[in-house]
Design a protein around this ligand. Structure first.
Ligand SMILES: [Zn+2]
Length: 348
């Protein structure tokens, strides 16, 4: 399997994360990429550097004002007197909570504090001096892997970091800035009429859901821990089935906290049936490993070997498949999770 990764993706090195009213150590550590690269290396897979696609592919699913913000905010922030070490919001606009709400207009405020509050949706997306560089490179990794699949590769793996699936059309959140999975699915639409996204990260893929919520050409399916008491809290419920032309083309499968491999496999089985009914021509897997029982912010109880079963189920769909790395923060376990997934995927 071809794999893609750009070393600049490791430059993003967040310093701060808010949890239960306290500043705590960040969870999206650069070391995550080393563990995932190690798993690839053990399989004899040498990742290729992505091509320089620039921001154009991201602009196919994100608003111009949002990408402008992401790509310029550090330089503006660095000119503030007595600024902190990272761009971090301290105000948040009202959000209706309606899942069918599409992207907002550009931020009406001209000042930095207002714009930071508009575009950075929570306190888990600080932006340091290298965040945009890593984000753009992560997106380019997804795009290059998508192009490989579009050009006939049966499967490709994009080692994306930062992750993407929480990024909305106009808002960063949940360690995510640009929605690599959504960008890749949109890219594949240039080659395939119907593309399905299967998200097995422990968190609901709220960004991808929002981006495609009104569309029927990209089916979004997410298996995740029940959001009633887990991030992203406000979406991920079974009643969210799409809107307008997209009605019926979003499927959420929340799992009770404490669920293990059997529950995940049953959910992916149900997801697979929906993807089959959709007659998808290509598949994007948003692959997170934070369902592992050791994940420091996890609530599910999968073992690394359980991801082999998920990999086998994905392979059984028999579609051109792009695998996009999302979350997973148990440094000691995520390499084993990727190894297991790929082993299951490659098993005949
Ligand atoms: Zn996650």
């Amino acid at each position: 399997m071809r794999a893609f990764y750009g070393p600049d993706q490791a430059l993003h090195d967040p310093l701060q994360f808010m949890r239960y009213g306290r500043l705590v150590a960040p969870k999206d550590l650069p070391e995550r990429t080393e563990r995932l690269l190690g798993a690839l290396s053990a399989r004899g897979v040498a990742p290729e550097a992505p091509a320089a696609h620039g921001a154009a592919p991201a602009l196919a699913v994100h608003t111009p004002s949002y990408i402008e913000f992401l790509s310029t905010i550090w330089e503006r922030w660095a000119q503030l007197p007595d600024h902190g070490p990272e761009v971090w919001p301290n105000t948040f606009p009202y959000w209706s909570g309606r899942p069918e709400d599409a992207a907002r207009p550009p931020c009406p405020a001209e000042g930095i504090v207002g714009q930071v509050g508009w575009y950075l949706g929570d306190l888990s997306v600080p932006m340091g001096p290298h965040t945009w560089t890593s984000t753009l490179r992560s997106c380019e990794t997804a795009v290059s892997a998508a192009d490989a699949v579009a050009q006939g590769e049966g499967a490709a793996y994009a080692l994306c970091r930062p992750s993407g699936h929480h990024a909305r059309a106009d808002r960063a959140s949940g360690f995510c800035y640009v929605n690599n999975t959504a960008v890749a699915a949109q890219r594949l639409r240039g080659r395939f009429d119907r593309v399905a996204i299967l998200d097995v990260d422990a968190h609901h893929g709220d960004g991808a859901q929002q981006i495609f919520y009104n569309r029927r050409d990209v089916l979004t399916v997410s298996v995740h821990a029940d959001p009633a008491t887990y991030y992203p809290f406000f979406t991920g419920y079974v009643g969210e089935t799409g809107h307008g032309a997209g009605e019926g083309f979003n499927l959420n499968i929340p799992l009770p906290h404490g669920s293990g491999g059997d529950a995940m496999l049953a959910a992916v089985d149900a997801a697979s049936r929906r993807i089959g009914d959709f007659r998808a021509q290509a598949l994007v897997v948003a692959l997170g490993f934070d369902a592992h029982r050791l994940d420091p912010i996890g609530v599910l109880k999968l073992e690394a070997e359980d991801f082999a079963g998920v990999g086998a189920q994905v392979r059984a769909l028999d579609l051109p498949t792009l695998i996009v790395q999302e979350g997973g923060y148990a440094i000691e376990a995520i390499g084993d999770c990727l190894a297991a997934f790929l082993e299951g995927f490659d098993r005949r």
